[in-house]
Ligand binder design. Structure first.
Ligand code: SF4
Length: 226
């Protein structure tokens, strides 16, 4: 018996292969407004992550933004403030946007998973980030799918593997997809590194290379590449 067919992606720089066709998140129910969606998400119990988080961290930014950036999940600071990309990774993203010539106020920012998943640090009172499971990411695709459908961005940038799962519904090593431009239902989708992954790199040179890659991807997404 043949294995399931590999799916070849039409890639911007070269052809890549992933296990199954990517598909933009498909939400259920009637089309709400963005304000209704935000209000509904505030009391979401689709998975158990709401139980230990402070609040839902919904997306924010320009309503009709041509560019949507999707991160992985709300972090500690985002959980406290209720806004996406306001922690250290958000500061690095801001620097990358500036370097790429993109005005943050013209972008819509959101996360694939809208509650902070954490575990206690046994040595301190810090809350340590935990990776959401595939089922938690998939549960949250409802909200992300509606954000995409309501905002209809020209381009979506998936920042990290969790964002890839949230936007495209596939689990694929990031390096296989980075730099690829997909056309799905009239929307361009690009994959890049999450700024937190850049920050976690052990040495300055590696961080500098990864930051340059992130900037390059953002330029490609915004059409400002030189
Ligand atoms: S993580 Fe997403 S799906 Fe899970 S409870 Fe929070 S908003 Fe709902």
């Amino acid at each position: 018996m043949l294995n399931a067919p590999a799916y070849a992606l039409a890639a911007g720089r070269e052809n890549r292969v992933i296990a199954r066709p990517p598909q933009l998140a498909r939400p259920e129910g009637h089309a709400p407004t963005l304000a209704q969606l935000r209000a509904e998400a505030a009391s979401c119990t689709r998975c158990r992550l709401y139980e230990r988080a402070t609040q839902t961290v919904f997306g924010e930014g320009r309503g009709a933004a041509p560019l949507m950036l999707v991160g992985e999940q709300a972090g500690d600071r985002e959980d406290r403030l209720g806004r996406p990309f306001v922690g250290p990774a958000g500061h690095l993203l801001q620097a990358a946007l500036e370097e790429a010539g993109i005005d943050r106020s013209q972008v819509y920012l959101t996360n694939a998973v809208k509650h902070f998943k954490w575990r206690p640090d046994p040595r301190s009172r810090r809350r340590l980030h935990s990776r959401p499971s595939a089922s938690e990411i998939d549960a949250c695709r409802h909200w992300l799918g509606w954000e995409i459908r309501l905002l209809r961005p020209r381009t979506i940038v998936c920042l990290g593997a969790i964002a890839v799962r949230g936007v495209l519904g596939v689990t694929t090593p990031l390096r296989q997809l980075r730099g690829t431009v997909l056309e799905l239902e009239g929307t361009r989708v690009l994959v890049s590194l999450h700024p937190a992954a850049v920050l976690r790199l052990p040495d300055e040179e590696a961080r500098s290379i990864a930051f340059a890659e992130l900037v390059e991807d953002l330029r490609l997404a915004a059409g400002t590449e030189t």
